[in-house]
Design a protein around this ligand. Structure first.
Ligand code: SAH
Length: 291
């Protein structure tokens, strides 16, 4: 992989994400011309919101001029994630009691954007709009919407529950470690990594047992599991902490069984030996039984 150039879509995504991040210029420009302590509160004020809407419309116009067809579709998604990350940062540093929601916006947008970028680096042949994982499944979207609803409702009913900074910091650490582990797994597995579990062995597919794969058999799932629960710990959402834990656990248990069936078929004794030595990494999930 050394010396390989990033594919066009990958490069477009970086430029568009950074373009989206340029929403941060609005409060920064304000710093130069206004009172410094207003900087990050700008998002919460009406003129700030209008300025951000105009800015988003302008950068979208720019994307329409710069890109066409499928590349535009990549650009608009990456830009949207950049805007979300930028707004998340603004909220995180503002004098509001939505700070932890700002952290959450950064975590979510960074996760989806980096899934695309890392796929572009390690496995460009499989790169598509689905690599953003924005439309992962109906259940995934429902889970996200439920967590926003729970956060908002509880913020109205029990505002003090949403100000448990120590708990949000625990969530943030879970998100950072989970994200780091998942991306380390993707980079270690390289072209053997795939967002869609493969049932047919590609000629180039080799068994990966090094790096993070020497600690866990399914490091990217371990990372995603703790990342997803971490987002809810960060939001201090008790119902979703429980719901996400159960749903993710069941999802990964099923997926690991399906995946290991293929892996044993692909690598036979080599995988069985590896399976004996290395745990899945997920609590109470041991993978497929081998007789
Ligand atoms: N379950 C792994 C990889 C997820 S990507 C993890 O959590 O990190 C899914 C693809 O990875 C599947 O197509 C599967 O065939 C492949 N895969 C899983 N473990 C692998 C390994 N140790 N070596 C090579 N390929 C692997």
């Amino acid at each position: 992989m050394a010396g390989c150039k990033l594919v066009l879509e990958g490069r477009v995504s970086i430029k568009s994400f950074v373009l989206g991040l340029s929403v941060l210029l609005i409060p920064l420009v304000r710093t130069c011309y206004g009172r410094a302590d207003w900087v990050f509160d700008y998002l919460t004020e009406t003129p700030g919101k209008i300025a951000i809407c105009v800015h988003i419309a302008l950068i979208n116009g720019l994307l329409l001029i710069l890109y066409r067809g499928p590349v535009y579709k990549v650009a608009v998604r990456a830009c949207f994630l950049g805007v979300t990350f930028g707004c998340g940062l603004m909220i995180s540093f503002s004098e509001t009691n939505w700070t932890h929601f700002g952290w959450y916006m950064c975590s979510l947008s960074f996760f989806h954007y980096s899934e695309y970028l890392v796929t572009a680096i390690i496995n460009p042949r499989t790169l598509s709009l689905d690599s953003f994982l924005l439309n992962h499944s109906v259940e995934y979207t429902l889970a996200a919407v439920s967590s926003w609803l729970e956060f908002t409702l509880e913020k109205l009913a029990f505002p003090e529950l949403k100000q448990l900074t120590w708990l949000s910091v625990v969530g943030l650490l879970m998100v950072l470690c989970g994200e780091g582990l998942r991306k380390a797994a993707m980079l270690t597995a390289g072209s053997n990594f795939n967002h869609i579990v493969q049932n047919e062995k590609a000629q180039s597919h080799v068994l990966v047992t090094s790096g993070v794969y020497s600690y866990f058999r399914h490091p990217s799932y371990v990372g995603w599991f703790y990342w997803s629960i971490g987002t809810q710990v960060m939001l201090c959402n008790p119902v979703c902490i429980l719901g996400y834990t159960i749903a993710s656990w069941r999802f990964f248990r099923e997926r690991i069984e399906e995946e290991e069936l293929s892996l044993i078929h692909f690598f036979a004794e080599d995988y069985v030996e590896y399976k004996k030595k290395v745990p899945t990494g997920l609590p109470f999930i041991s993978g497929i039984r081998v007789n």
